[in-house]
Design a protein around this ligand. Structure first.
Ligand SMILES: NC(=O)c1ccc[n+]([C@@H]2O[C@H](COP(=O)([O-])OP(=O)(O)OC[C@H]3O[C@@H](n4cnc5c(N)ncnc54)[C@H](O)[C@@H]3O)[C@@H](O)[C@H]2O)c1
Length: 331
């Protein structure tokens, strides 16, 4: 089966590419404009097309050339704060880009679509762990772009028969066991790589935003899922689409969470660095606890996480960051 991995040079997409490339039944074509991705993450022998999903002509060219049978869609602008200051840019890349991709799929009769959705569609959830069917109320443009795509997908299925799976990730983290690929965002806003930058001497202290939340140590609780476990979920979602020919939406969380202080403590243990911390004012719109239940993914997709503790996750991230202290560019 020929599969387009759009955004396959990015953090999560590159881990999916590595997992999928171990399975002989799939032929992978990466589509990425390298706005945030890294060509260094692409394994030898994998086809790569430098194309922008907001460019209809480029999409027409790659669909005509490769004739994919499924599309996995990781491309997006992903920084919540930036989405507040540049909502139009976010709707353009995340919504308009996806519409162009779906139009190309419709024209070229591609039937299966897997979408990188997010916990941000739930906003400040009423219930925790967040059930798969929790009400969706995003509180920032980023989350709303993802929810908008989920709605577009439902109507597109009705009209054109494109079957889709939406995977709502919580905090993606960790790196490939080999240490060869990992997380390299610019700017980096995710907790674990930022903590590890302190251990690498690239930052002085880790900032903790608020320590008076109603949690066991006063810091926010988040759900951390290893990026290789997310990759496995995508493969299971593709198998599901082909087997069942049915659309669905799944939360991908761990059902449990760690406080910011617990993640820092685990990182101290793994790196042997004291990782000094400083308490800052809480950030607006940061809920105390964000944890997901993944019952539906476990039951229907047969998804099972391999990385169950924060120590296991940080260990893999540390291996990547130690060998790439400045990311892929390593300058
Ligand atoms: N990282 C997380 O914790 C997390 C959590 C929930 C959801 N997600 C979603 O998962 C997906 C992947 O996230 P990531 O952390 O790997 O991000 P990333 O920035 O590392 O990867 C995105 C990739 O898409 C490419 N891209 C962006 N716009 C493009 C365009 N117009 N045309 C072609 N390529 C384009 C970038 O160059 C990059 O390689 C995103 O859709 C994100 O919203 C991520």
């Amino acid at each position: 089966m020929k599969v387009f991995i759009c955004g396959g040079a990015g953090y999560i997409g590159s881990h999916l590419v590595h997992e999928l490339s171990t399975l002989s039944q799939y032929e992978i074509i990466i589509i990425d404009n390298l706005s945030k991705g890294h060509v260094e993450s692409i394994p030898a022998g994998i086809t790569f097309e430098n194309a922008d999903i907001c460019d209809k002509g480029a999409l027409e060219r790659v669909f005509t050339k490769h004739k994919p049978e499924a599309v996995m869609h990781f491309c997006a602008s992903i920084a919540v704060g930036e989405s507040v200051t540049d909502p139009l840019g976010y709707y353009e890349n995340n919504v308009v880009g996806t519409i162009y991709l779906l139009q190309a799929m419709k024209k070229h009769n591609v039937k299966y679509f897997i979408f990188s959705s997010t916990a941000a569609i739930f906003g400040n959830p009423e219930e925790t762990p967040i059930p798969d069917d929790s009400p969706t109320k995003p509180i920032n443009p980023y989350g709303d772009t993802k929810l908008t795509v989920e709605k577009i997908l439902a109507w597109t299925e009705d009209a054109h028969g494109i079957k889709y799976v939406c995977l709502r990730y919580f905090n993606a983290c960790g790196a490939h066991e080999s240490g060869k690929i990992g997380e390299d965002h610019d700017p980096e806003t995710h907790l674990i790589p930022v903590i590890l930058q302190v251990a690498l001497g690239k930052r002085e202290k880790i900032k903790i935003y608020g320590d008076k939340y109603d949690t066991k140590d006063g810091t926010c609780v988040r759900d951390y899922v290893h990026v290789t476990d997310l990759a496995t979920a995508h493969i299971k979602a593709l198998e599901y689409l082909v087997r069942e020919n049915k659309s669905n939406k799944f939360n991908l969380g761990s059902g449990e969470g760690y406080t910011v202080k617990e993640v820092i403590e685990a990182s101290r243990k793994i790196t042997g660095h004291p990782i000094p911390e400083i308490i800052e004012e809480p950030r607006a719109g940061d809920p105390a606890i964000l944890i997901a239940g993944s019952e539906r993914a476990e039951k229907i997709l047969g998804w099972k996480r391999k990385y169950n503790t924060i120590e296991d996750i940080v260990k893999t991230a540390w291996k990547y960051h130690q060998s790439h202290p400045n990311g892929y560019n390593n300058k």
